[in-house]
Design a protein around this ligand. Structure first.
Ligand SMILES: [Zn+2]
Length: 320
């Protein structure tokens, strides 16, 4: 079997600089290799699965030998009906992964000299592709579990009191949501958005292998973890970490999500919180991977992602 494209030297060297030197034809070929690695980049009919297709290179279309269906490299993917050139699309992905605390749609539209609306939808599609990588994921080994609230009222300063105060109904305005993360040490993460940390925690723990060691803080709703997992608890109000139990990885995730909120998007709560959380966890999980490989991984994930139900024709719909 041919070496997976993502493991090739070509994929590893796809930095932003390389992308900007590519011709449109080279960028197009790259998308074909990403879409159909098992067929060496030659089109596979999305309708009947036939691996032979005529390549109408002038129009960058394929026509299935068996059923005559016409398709393009992005048909049926999250990039279907794209307006950008393949070069610009690759550049957008490279710029997107380079932003350690995210990148705003406005910044991307300036960098690429494209419409704000185009950049807005594209960045959300990329987050959707990132989030898809979490589907069906199971965590094992040492798993850190923690939650943090976004939106609504948050009392500033005084960490210890703050942790209690935020749980009082009087300090909530109904817009508050909690992000709960489960992070494997040295591995991958799962994030969920819920109304309460207990509810979000239940969703995350459903994806943790029963032989795992789960690390969580002193909050009482984590007490029932002890019946299901080997559990280590830390008390934030006494020490940050006692050396055995620790949630530093989870803290690191929340620190990145806060930096995205404060430094880039200014407001990440509301309907998009789940997608920003998925983006932050993808960035955390891939933080030691070089940018070129990250760009290629995200391109490949996008080519595996189906047409977006949320973002397809977003600006064409009446309510916008
Ligand atoms: Zn066909």
């Amino acid at each position: 079997m041919a070496q997976h494209f993502l493991l090739s030297a070509k994929a590893r060297t796809l930095s932003l600089r390389t992308v900007f030197r590519m011709t449109e034809e080279q960028a197009y070929s790259l998308f074909c290799e990403m879409r159909w690695p098992e067929n060496d980049g030659a089109g596979i009919c999305p309708r009947c699965g036939c691996t032979e297709a005529y390549h109408i290179s002038t129009r960058r279309k394929f026509k299935c030998v068996a059923c005559h269906h016409q398709f393009s490299v992005t048909s049926g993917t999250i990039f279907a009906s794209r307006k950008m050139s393949f070069c610009d699309l690759l550049a957008a992905i490279a710029i997107f992964v380079n932003g350690a605390k995210g990148i705003s749609s406005l910044q991307l539209s300036r960098d690429l000299d494209c419409q704000y609306k185009t950049a807005f939808v594209l960045t959300h599609k990329l987050r959707e592709a990132m989030a898809r990588e979490d589907i069906g994921r199971q965590l094992s080994g040492d798993v850190e579990l923690d939650g943090a609230y976004f939106g609504g009222y948050v009392k500033p300063a005084n960490e210890k009191e703050n942790r209690r105060d935020r749980r009082l109904a009087v300090n909530q305005n109904g817009k508050r949501q909690v992000v709960v993360v489960g992070r494997e040490r040295g591995g991958e993460s799962i994030t969920v958005v819920a109304k309460t940390e207990a509810h979000g925690g239940a969703l995350v723990t459903a994806s943790i292998h029963h032989m795992s060691i789960v690390h969580a803080d002193e909050a009482s709703h984590w007490d029932d973890l002890h019946g299901r997992f080997a559990t280590r608890r830390i008390n934030h109000s006494v020490v940050y970490s006692d050396g055995v139990a620790c949630t530093n990885q989870a803290e690191s995730f929340f620190s990145r999500l806060r930096r995205m909120e404060i430094g880039t998007h200014h407001h990440v709560a509301g309907p998009y919180l789940a997608s920003y959380a998925a983006e932050a966890s993808w960035r955390e999980d891939n933080r030691r991977v070089d940018n070129g490989s990250q760009a290629m991984e995200l391109t490949a994930a996008s080519m595996e992602a189906p047409v977006s139900r949320s973002w397809k024709g977003y600006w064409q719909r009446a309510e916008h």
